[in-house]
Design a protein around this ligand. Structure first.
Ligand code: ADP
Ligand code: MG
Length: 250
């Protein structure tokens, strides 16, 4: 579903991704871990084209992201087609980014209504279903400020799902939460994985990576230095820096 090939990305003199290749099969859950500043967020942002890449290729469901091949050359996609590609790719951030003046239900309805052209009643019905799925039915009429961080993050997940993405990207979705709210968000993500969603998850939650992940990637300084079955690599980490990292987060 996601094919990342030899991707390079630099910000000025700083090369942040130094040739990253990674596959996420349909229905697969890949967890990405690594120290702060190693390029995890940049990698996710390249997949949904919030960042352009300097070299390499990214495909989602076979479709080249950000470019089209014409006359044997690559051309940047025009913004309208970029936006259409992005709709296939849901993203959940550390901070929830809900619209503060809309209720939970209205937040989930917004995308399909405004971007997707879905009729209001249909958008409402779908939004109610999605809020139910993330355990937020009883808070549908609440505004973000009236919700806990964990509840807001669950609404943010429902809002992403409303666009019916082919893949969901999560960038440290629980790192901004109070410890007692982490599990309710991870539980929603676990259900989503079990439902067959293709997911890329940047996280420091090693328990989640071990139990839910199909594949674990350790990225350090823009390079994937260790990867494999999460249970295996966590039980027997080879790379020295991966060991040091695990020593800090476990
Ligand atoms: P991580 O998510 O692993 O903590 P990031 O992908 O956010 O790391 O950042 C990797 C490196 O790229 C960091 O050194 C960060 O400061 C730098 N960086 C990220 N975004 C930008 C940007 N827009 N402009 C300049 N430098 C950036
Ligand atoms: Mg980050």
């Amino acid at each position: 579903m996601v094919e990342i090939r030899s991707v390079r990305k630099r910000f000025g003199a700083l090369e942040v991704l130094k040739g990253v290749s990674l596959d996420v099969p349909e229905g697969g859950v890949v967890c990405v871990v690594g120290p702060s500043g190693s390029g995890k967020s940049t990698l996710l942002r390249c997949v949904n084209r919030l960042e352009t890449i300097d070299a390499g290729r990214i495909r989602v469901d076979g479709e080249l992201i950000g470019f089209e091949e014409r006359d044997g050359r690559l051309h940047h996609l025009p913004p309208a087609r970029l936006n259409r590609q992005r709709q296939n790719i849901g993203m959940v951030f550390q901070r929830f980014h809900l619209f503060p003046h809309r209720t939970a239900l209205e937040n989930v309805m917004e995308g399909p209504l405004v971007v997707g052209g879905v009729p209001r009643e249909e958008a409402r019905r779908q939004a109610e279903e999605l809020l139910d799925r993330v355990g937020m039915s009883d808070r549908a009429g609440h505004y973000p400020a009236q919700l806990s961080g964990g509840q807001q993050q669950r609404v943010a997940i429902a809002r992403s799902l409303a666009m019916r993405p082919k893949v969901m990207l999560f960038d440290e979705p629980t790192s901004a939460l109070d410890p007692e709210l982490v599990q309710e968000v991870l539980a929603v993500m676990r259900d989503l994985a079990a439902s067959g969603m293709t997911m890329m998850v940047v996280t420091h939650e090693m328990g989640f990576a071990r139990e839910v992940g199909d594949h674990l990637v350790f990225i350090d300084d823009g390079v994937i230095v260790e990867q494999g079955d999460p249970r295996e690599v966590l039980a027997d980490p080879r790379n020295e820096r991966f060991r040091a990292f695990l020593g800090r987060v476990l």
